[in-house]
Design a protein around this ligand. Structure first.
Ligand code: PA5
Length: 444
């Protein structure tokens, strides 16, 4: 079993009666999603994506990834939100947080355009000095400010470094099939382009070229990743919580929410999953947080954060529940050495594998937090790999769609994101925003 929901730490928080009560709403949300009759139903391409994707483009991604691997030392991936988090999450999930520092035959990969930090950009430009560089700019709309600024800077750098003819071969664009400024620019300059499907929103797009090109450049098997997602799609096709853990996860988080748990903390004992948690936060935060509703998604990395956030989780306001991804097996075997003097008092774990110690820490923590009235949903994940990442992505996406409909919102839009952009444009003097600019000047 790749992924299994273990509910043994929930017995005092979720009863059979709770499941019985939520059943009609849950089934209705599931039907709304799968019959494609709910709000935002023009953004449901992700449901069948694992089996229904452009095979020709998929092969082109693999071949572009090989060319990129052979022609650069540094690969800059430009994008923000859904055009950033999935690829970074997958690379760290499969290869670890220290991917760039590892001995490897694939390029270092850096992400840019996910903020407007001058120091981040100038550090990256310095990293590129004296090294061969390729760039992948990803923006569905083709107009998002942060990646647009970063792309302008890196494009300029590439054209100066290589001249136009060579620079064009080093730029790869992932954007809309036919709309947007980035598409127009790509057509005019002759960049190779990949398509963000119309019916897949940013935060659901990791298994499209948005995520797949950077993931493939990192040397990760994207066919295996799609297979994982396809198997999850198959395994989560029944509207029965006894047989569908994704549905059950949606049910439990909504039961807990109704009991006053308004914060969900995604926890893992593997730092390689820290970016997966960032991806998950966007998925749930942007999908559910609207109309004054939603469960606030937070994340922690254990045991690190047991020494910072552990106190609050154990004894602070009782507003949260935890969803713990318990990675059951590790490829790394590190035995704790025996020490004759035992001066640190650690001989009681001498000869034990560190992963065993980590999983024991998880069990002790789950009992402590549950005793402290923080419910724990446990997701047992067999191991970290491309297949498992694809599987986990589909598990969370499906549960997110169902959860959003249980909550009664459109899980596939993000109208609130526009507010900061309008103010920023007005304050920067963008044409068309003059009136708002004048109003804002009184407020700052
Ligand atoms: O999920 C979303 O839709 C957003 O997070 C977008 O991915 C993000 O705003 C970037 O948009 P774009 O790809 O159009 O640049």
């Amino acid at each position: 079993m790749t992924l299994k929901l273990n509910d043994k730490y929930l017995s005092k928080f979720v009863t059979q009666d709770d499941y019985n009560k939520i059943k009609p709403t849950l089934e209705s949300a599931y039907q709304t999603l799968t019959s494609r009759t709910g709000k935002g139903n023009d953004f449901l391409g992700w449901i069948d994506l694992p089996v229904n994707y452009d095979r020709e483009e998929f092969e082109r991604i693999k071949s572009a990834a090989k060319r990129i691997q052979n022609s650069c030392d540094v690969f800059i991936v430009i994008g923000i939100g859904g055009s950033y988090l999935g690829a970074r999450a997958a690379i760290e999930f499969c290869k670890g947080q220290k991917y760039n520092a590892l001995k490897k035959s694939t390029p270092d990969i850096y992400f840019s355009g996910n903020d407007i930090s001058a120091s981040n950009i100038s550090e990256l430009l310095e990293i590129c000095e004296g090294r061969d560089v390729c760039v992948n700019v990803i923006s569905k709309s083709g107009t998002t400010t942060e990646p647009a600024i970063a792309f302008r800077i890196f494009r300029d750098m590439l054209y100066k470094k290589y001249g136009k003819e060579e620079a064009v071969k080093r730029i790869f664009v992932t954007t809309d099939r036919c709309r947007g400024k980035l598409k127009e620019l790509s057509d005019a300059e002759g960049y190779e382009t990949f398509v963000v499907p119309d019916d897949v929103g940013g935060r659901f797009s990791v298994l499209t070229p948005v995520g797949l090109l950077p993931i493939a450049v990192a040397g990760i098997d994207i066919s295996d990743m799609m297979k994982g997602a396809a198997d999850a799609r198959e395994n989560y096709s029944l509207c029965d919580i006894e047989k569908n853990d994704s549905l059950k996860y949606a049910a439990i988080r909504n039961i807990l929410h109704a009991k006053g748990k308004s914060v969900e903390i995604l926890a893992s004992y593997e730092s390689a999953l820290a970016m997966t948690a960032e991806w998950w936060k966007q998925l749930y935060g942007e999908s559910e947080g609207k109309e004054n509703k939603g469960i606030f998604p937070a994340s922690v990395s254990f045991t690190t954060d047991l020494h910072s956030m552990g106190q609050f989780i154990q004894q602070g306001s009782r507003i949260m529940f935890e969803t713990v991804i318990d990675v059951q097996n590790s490829d790394s075997k590190v035995l704790i050495p025996y020490d004759e003097s035992n001066s640190d008092g650690l001989n009681f774990i001498a000869g034990k594998d560190m992963h065993y110690v980590s999983r024991t820490a998880f069990k002790g923590t789950a009992i402590a937090h549950t005793d402290g009235n923080t419910p724990n949903i446990v997701l047992e994940l067999e191991k970290r790999g491309a297949y498992e990442f694809g599987y986990l992505v589909y598990f969370f996406e499906l549960a997110c769609g169902i959860s959003g409909y249980i909550l009664g919102v459109n899980p596939f839009d993000q109208p609130g994101v526009e507010e900061y952009k309008k103010n920023m444009f007005a304050l920067l003097g963008k044409p068309g925003y003059e009136e708002l600019g004048k109003q804002l000047l009184d407020k700052i």
